[in-house]
Write a protein that binds this ligand. Structure first.
Ligand code: HEC
Length: 432
């Protein structure tokens, strides 16, 4: 709403680059009266959100940053300690373990391990659930890196989002409200403001030279082999990350995506790198994913080259913000990460004003819009959806808007889960 209080809202004309805060920004800070495309403000928000999420976690406290440390310090990161998908959506539809802080029982993850604080379990009962890429409501084919290993995906919820799902028992499909006809103005469920949901892409780094691995944020994870079902601790690297936050001015969430910079060409000037998803040769990226999700080919898998299309490079202004933060982070591994895109709902006029929740996430209502000339997908997560802006984050998640407030994972994993194969019923429910 337009209020006099919005004037002098305290947002600087030029965002102050800083890596000293572990706090998640509550909202984007756009000076009142700014009417241009506010990409700089959203990218600054996205960098601060990234820093807050990769900040060292306070020991023993899930989802809380250790504000006494710098981002350069070691240990589990804030986002890694949030609630994992397997703790929220159980195979048998039973209720998640009580409380956000506690780790859920070993029986509920496919490795049957009891995590200690900060542990990562990358495993699924189906063997494909954490390997399939996101499609429009169902899982699509996997991504293999140059070391012939599959990328593994992990979804995480902060306390606000987790409590909302548990309180309403939305881990059961029967509790998800149907979308009435005629459709209401706003989604039938509404996550609270301050909800944060992440999706991380991890890769077993075995086989890459040390000089390449050290440019990735690495840690150990308990990983389940999809063929044998055996679980072991391996060193995984963070290849990509999505962070979405529901904020007061953007109840459609702010959609930010990040990648490690050596994933695909081009190499940054002067950087002696090999690419993780490209062999450096001339073979183009295939038009369609040559790897099926089911049956899933055994690892080692024959990899293919991944590219970012020339017409959808990272926006030049986003690159500029990336350079500035990367420079500040040059004593840390985070200097090798950058924003690919931040997407948000927009209206004409004063960009500091809240966008009403009744506005959907159609491409015409979002940045970068239908005529996008900049990136709208993450090479490690929506590898084959980089071709059409219609397949950008919000456009695809908009299909889950009415039924689940954009959160595909709820529609896919509420018991009984529906993510593969075929999702006709899901589509009816999701149809907005
Ligand atoms: C083609 C459709 C599609 C596109 C494009 C897409 N996603 Fe998703 N996304 C999904 C699906 C489907 C899931 C749920 C996968 C699962 O767990 O079964 C998902 C999961 C997520 C999650 C976890 C929360 C949730 O909704 O379940 C986040 C966060 C997310 N995506 C962010 C993004 C961002 C940021 C982008 C753009 C860079 C993006 N997505 C692009 C389909 C898409």
């Amino acid at each position: 709403m337009v209020t006099a209080a919005a004037a002098n809202n305290g947002c600087p004309d030029r965002p102050m680059r800083s890596i000293s805060s572990s706090a998640m920004p509550a909202d984007v800070c756009i000076p009142d009266g700014f009417t241009d495309v506010p990409v700089n403000y959203f990218d600054d928000f996205a960098w601060r959100a990234f820093l807050a999420m990769v900040w060292p976690a306070a020991p023993g406290h899930r989802g809380v940053a250790d504000a006494g440390k710098t981002v350069a310090a070691g240990g589990p990161r804030v986002f890694e300690t949030m609630k994992s998908l397997w703790e929220v959506f159980h195979e048998d539809g039973s209720a998640p373990g009580p409380g956000f802080e506690a780790y859920d029982a070993a029986a509920n993850n496919a490795c049957k391990v009891q995590p200690q604080f900060g542990d990562l379990v990358l495993a699924s009962f189906s063997g494909i659930d954490d390997i399939g890429q996101a499609g429009a409501g169902e899982l699509a084919g996997p991504l293999a890196a140059q070391n012939a290993k599959y990328v593994r995906y992990q979804t995480l919820y902060n306390r606000a989002a987790f409590d909302f799902i548990v309180r309403n028992r939305y881990y059961l499909r029967s509790n998800l409200p149907n979308v009435p006809s005629p459709r209401p103005a706003t989604p039938v469920i509404g996550f609270p403001i301050g909800s944060i949901v992440l999706k991380a892409a991890w890769l077993d780094m075995a086989g890459f030279p040390a000089g390449q691995v050290k440019r990735y944020y690495t840690r150990d994870a308990i990983v389940r082999d999809p063929d044998t079902g055996a679980c072991s601790r391996v060193t995984v690297g963070l290849v990509g990350l999505h962070i979405v936050e529901k904020t007061p001015t953007r109840p459609q969430w702010i959609w930010s995506s990040y990648e490690q910079i050596d994933n695909v060409p081009p190499a940054r000037f002067g950087d002696p790198v090999k690419f993780t998803f490209h062999d450096g040769g001339k073979d183009p990226m295939p038009a369609e994913n040559p790897l099926p999700l089911a049956p899933l080919a055994r690892q080692p898998v024959t990899p293919f080259n991944v590219e970012r299309p020339f017409f959808a490079k990272v926006h030049p202004r986003t690159e500029l913000t990336n350079y500035q933060y990367q420079e500040l982070l040059k004593d840390t591994v985070w200097q090798y990460y950058g924003i690919v895109v931040t997407q948000w709902p927009r209206m004409e006029g004063n960009q500091a004003l809240p966008v009403p929740a009744s506005q959907n996430g159609d491409i015409t209502n979002t940045f970068p819009g239908a005529g996008a000339f900049s990136a709208f997908a993450n090479v490690s997560m929506e590898t084959f959806d980089q071709g059409r802006p219609q397949l950008g984050c919000m456009s695809c998640h908009n299909q889950a808007r009415m039924a689940a407030d954009f959160m595909w994972s709820v529609l896919d994993h509420a018991y009984p889960a529906k993510y593969f194969p075929g999702a006709a019923a899901l589509r009816n429910k999701a149809a907005q």
